[in-house]
Ligand binder design. Structure first.
Ligand code: AHM
Ligand code: MG
Length: 331
């Protein structure tokens, strides 16, 4: 019988390979797994919130009922700040970054997080996700954190991952040596390794884009999508859920490309560099895929502010190369 490996065992085994590490990262990854289970529980009963909530305003613990994205944000904040290994957190839900403990003077790591991505899909029961990125602090321990701890290039990520609240709940992450996926068994409340060493197929037949943006999108994107459509022999399919984690995860397994382009009215696209693009780009590269913005590498991009937006193209390497050729033709 195949041995099942839990997320916790996997994290501990990885730490054992590096006996010099302090264990703070292990603790942090474990905390993310715990927070994921709590948020998952709440996501699963989202449809009942209006039925089971007291007059829609209070839950069973006499706490005000929160929108799910606020709930997710607070849950990750609470668990990560309690863990001692995190010095600061940047969240898509918060205007400014949060310093943990004493001005973020201790704790080796900084977490960037989109607590509930695609939350407009909650009301219609469509899969949603959490995206996270872990950076090493650059300010010396003992000093208060500053902007530069949060505004780091994607290449500096120590860990990137996502949680997909779908027909199954999965946690997928990389520490820079491959990508592994874990599926939550709701009966035992444990994540089990289900997708070891995930790899983007080199090519694929899926393109994912919000079609309504196309007439406004940059010419390279228009040309690439026209190429997919005008060659039926290539068998392209359009698949767009509008929930980034879900679209990314499907393309990772089946092969495909996701595009959120620059447009005339939004030259920086929509997605956030630190919480969405950089972590998924790091995962993509670790899984043998590719990720770019309009100009090329997205991981080398130094964020100027916490909530900076960026055009984003991610997926199978051949498809990203195809898109790049369309950019070249435009020059
Ligand atoms: P959010 O962080 O406000 O949820 O927005 C991000 C989401 C992504 O999950 C998704 O891919 C994209 O926005 C969809 O945008 P659009 O509706 O413009 O296609
Ligand atoms: Mg988001």
């Amino acid at each position: 019988m195949r041995k099942t490996i839990t997320l916790q065992e996997f994290i501990m085994d990885a730490q054992a390979e590096f006996p010099f590490v302090s264990g703070q990262l292990t603790r942090l990854l474990t905390d993310l797994g715990v927070a994921a289970k709590i948020v998952n529980h709440q996501v699963n009963r989202a449809g009942l919130a209006g039925i089971l909530g007291e007059a829609g305003s209070e839950n069973a613990h006499n706490e005000a009922q929160q929108k799910l994205d606020v709930f997710a944000d607070r849950t990750f904040m609470r668990i990560l700040t309690a863990g001692k290994s995190v010095a600061g957190i940047g969240s898509e839900e918060q205007e400014d970054y949060i310093l943990c403990g004493d001005q973020g003077k201790s704790g080796k790591y900084v977490v960037m997080i989109d607590p509930l991505d695609g939350s407009s899909n909650v009301d219609v029961n469509v899969s949603i996700g959490t995206i996270f990125s872990i950076l090493r602090r650059v300010t010396p321990m003992g000093e208060a954190l500053s902007d530069q701890d949060f505004l780091q290039r994607g290449t500096e990520q120590v860990v990137a991952g996502y949680i997909l609240y779908g027909s199954s709940t999965m946690l997928v992450y990389t520490t820079g040596s491959g990508v592994n996926g874990f599926t939550l068994d709701p009966a035992v409340g444990e994540f089990f390794l289900s997708h070891p060493k995930m790899q983007f197929p080199e090519t694929g037949s899926i393109y994912s884009i919000n079609d309504a943006l196309l007439s406004e999108a940059n010419p390279a994107t228009q040309r690439f999508i026209a190429g997919c459509r005008e060659a039926p022999e290539l068998g392209f399919k359009s698949r767009y859920i509008g929930s980034l984690v879900t679209d990314f995860h499907r393309n990772l397994i089946k092969g495909g490309i996701y595009l959120y382009p620059s447009t005339k009215s939004n030259p920086n696209g929509k997605l956030r560099l630190c919480y969405e693009c950089a972590p998924l780009a790091f995962l993509a590269l670790q899984a043998g895929g590719a990720a770019e913005d309009d100009l090329g590498s997205i991981l080398g991009k130094l964020p100027e502010n916490l909530h900076q937006r960026s055009p984003f193209y991610v997926g199978s390497v051949h498809l990203i190369q195809g898109l790049r050729s369309c950019w070249m033709e435009n020059q």
